[in-house]
Each structure stands twice: as C-alpha cells, then as structure tokens.
Write a protein that binds this ligand. Structure first.
Ligand SMILES: [Mg+2]
Length: 380
C-alpha cells in the first residue's frame, strides 16, 4: 500500500453566537470564536479539526494566533509527510514550534479525523478503544444570581437534563464568591451538587478559610482556586483533605502532570485536549493520573460539536474519568458547525460511532459564521 501523505491544510476563522452571555472571571462573552482546520490527504479524504479557547486570558493563545501559527509554521512542516506517523509528526511540531498547544491540538484533531475516515474507524479506536460509551455532563451555572442558579439547576434536575453543576467564580470578591457558592450548594442540598471554579483568582488564605464551609456544604470540588504557578499552594489545600482540589490552568503538559502528582498538589486533573496540545497528550496525562491515584474530569474549552467530539473520543477511552465532564459546549452555543451535533441526553454525552470524529461539517453554517473581515486581534 502506498503511503498516504498530507496534501493540503487550510484554516478559517468563525464566530458563533452563544445562547446567553457568559461571565468568566475576567470577561463576559456573547460569541465564541473558532479556527476551523481542514486537512486533505493524498487519498482524497479530508479531516476537520477546530481550535478554540475560553479567551486569550486563559493561556495566551487566541484563534488569531492559532491561525497564524498553523498557516505560517505548522503547515510547511507537515505537507507531504506520511499521515500515519502521528506521534512522529507531533514530535516534529513540538521540536520546531514551542508552546502553542491549542494550535497543535487543532491540527492533530484534523489528522485523527482524516485517518479515522481513511480506515473506517471512529477516532477512539485509534486511541486504544473505549472504556465507556457515554460520559456524564456537568452544566455550568452562570445566571448571575444565586437564586437564578438554584432555580436553573432545579429545573434541569427535574427535567433530567443535567444532574450536577459547576459555577464560575472570580468576578466578585473571593468572600462574596464563597458565600454565593455556599448559598447555591445549600439551596440544592439533597437534590444536586456543585463544583466551584474561580479560574485561579483566589489566594491561599482566602481558599483555606472557606474549606471547612465548602466541605459542610457538600461542594464536590474546588477547581484551580489559585494562580497556575502556585503548585505549593495547591498542595497545601489538597493536604487539608476537605474538598477535593482540581488542577486546570496548572495542568497542560505531561510534565505538569508529573509535577502535580509528585507534589501531591491535586486530587483531580481537569483534562482538556486543547491546553495539552491534543488527544494523544491528554491520554498520556490521564496515564500519569492513573498511576498516581488521581481522578480525572473531562474539561472543555467550550468547543462546538467538532472539538467536543474529539474530547469525547479521548475522555471515553481513559479508565479513570471518575468525575464526569463539562462537555456542554454544543448545548451552550446557539448554533453548531455540523449536520449531526453530538447528543446530550439525560445528563450524558454519547460517543460518536461514525468513522473519524463522527461529525459531518455543514458548509452552509461555515459560510454563515465565517469571519467576514479582518479585524484587530482583540475585536470579535
Ligand atoms: Mg477551569
């Protein structure tokens, strides 16, 4: 059989509206931006991938930087290379392009999609096969008030849509945030539970002060309360043995995973395929967690059905995904880029079974949401 080579890679920027403005710790957003990546192989198969990020505040990358890095630097390294040599190609990218994990993940995604379609198998088969065929999804509450969040959560639980939740913190003062979360947790007592994510905006003293109250309120986990660099602080909080500590922004590379494990700085790893540079690295990180007795949570960069499919294939193939996921991206966006969006039902997202990522690009949607003019890097 002749070698299948990478023939063409293209990128385009898209902006998709979201159902309701979303308050992160640093900004409020009304649309979500994506870089759509298409990779054509010499056998005529085209794979798709997407790059996206919660915002440039998250780790320094944006869809605009991803597009530039892919177009100017990744494409010349990959063209005419044999597509089957996935790991070798990723190593080549890593040697020649430092950082830029989100951009690399978008390329890897298109490569896996193209290879899955070539061999007629879903991507999870290329990652080692399934541990489960569905993953629990935790919905993010962000109505703006504790009462609104409690009502929203109750209605989801009663309708069976979602059974547990996560809140975003960091917009208010840490003390106000803590009280708001305790109020929500108590309002849902006996019905459901929440995890808290301040996106690294608290400090050690604030976090320590509230650990007992969080434990009493039955909070499921405290995700990245401290800045990404404060590994020692995370280890202090974890050693308190109150609410499990989840690492998100502190965890990107496999080396980060090993350091967190060695320093006992996390009880749970929030996996994200974009921050780690793709599905393969994510599976490697889950392996480190497994060996260290650390649980995993399926994190999201708020992908459309394309990126969410990649997350599902990776997360469903690892054995220690003990805290479910937050893969609600397709339900959070007001529209999608594929003809067959992923199914979220009864609180679970289902693994696609068609070849590749298992989603089919909708060209009409691509045309509709394509960024029409070149704007400044910070405008949307
Ligand atoms: Mg997070």
């Amino acid at each position: 059989m002749s070698a299948i080579k990478i023939k063409r890679i293209t990128t385009e920027l898209l902006d998709i509206p979201i159902k309701r403005p979303h308050q992160f710790s640093t900004e409020k957003v009304a649309t979500k931006s994506f870089v759509l990546t298409r990779m054509e192989l010499s056998n005529g198969v085209v794979g798709i991938g997407e790059g996206t990020t919660p915002g440039i505040w998250w780790n320094g990358e944006s869809v605009e930087t991803m597009k530039l890095v892919i177009d100017q630097y990744a494409v010349p390294l990959l063209l005419d290379e044999e597509a089957d040599y996935i790991e070798r190609l990723l190593q080549k990218l890593n040697r020649q392009i430092r950082g830029n994990a989100f951009a690399k993940a978008a390329v890897e995604m298109a490569l896996f999609d193209a290879l899955g379609k070539t061999y007629g198998v879903p991507v999870h088969q290329l990652l080692g096969g399934l541990q489960q065929d569905r993953i629990q999804v935790r919905w993010a509450l962000a109505s703006g008030t504790p009462e609104g969040d409690i009502e929203e959560a109750k209605s989801y639980v009663h309708s069976g849509t979602y059974t547990n939740f996560k809140t975003k913190s960091g917009h208010d003062s840490p003390g106000e945030d803590a009280l708001r979360n305790i109020r929500i947790a108590e309002g849902l007592n006996g019905l459901s539970t929440i995890g808290i994510d301040p996106n690294g905006s608290w400090d050690r003293i604030t976090s320590m002060k509230w650990m007992d109250a969080f434990f009493e309120a039955g909070i499921d986990f405290l995700e990245q309360p401290l800045p990404p660099e404060d590994i020692e602080g995370l280890a202090c909080l974890s050693s308190m043995k109150k609410v499990p500590i989840m690492a998100d922004e502190s965890l990107a590379s496999v080396q980060d995973a090993l350091r967190l494990a060695k320093e006992k700085a996390a009880d749970i790893f929030s996996l994200k395929i974009h921050k780690s540079g793709g599905m393969k690295n994510t599976v490697k990180i889950a392996g480190i967690a497994e060996s260290a007795g650390i649980a995993c949570f399926g994190g999201t960069s708020l992908e459309s059905s394309i990126g969410t499919a990649a997350c599902v294939h990776a997360y469903a193939s690892i054995p220690n995904l003990n805290y479910g996921s937050e893969l609600f991206g397709p339900a959070w966006l007001a529209d999608d880029l594929v003809k067959n969006p992923l199914t979220i039902k009864d609180g679970f997202i289902f693994v696609p079974e068609d070849p590749g990522l298992g989603v089919e690009l909708d060209e009409k949607k691509v045309e509709e949401y394509k960024r029409k003019e070149v704007k400044g890097a910070l405008s949307r």
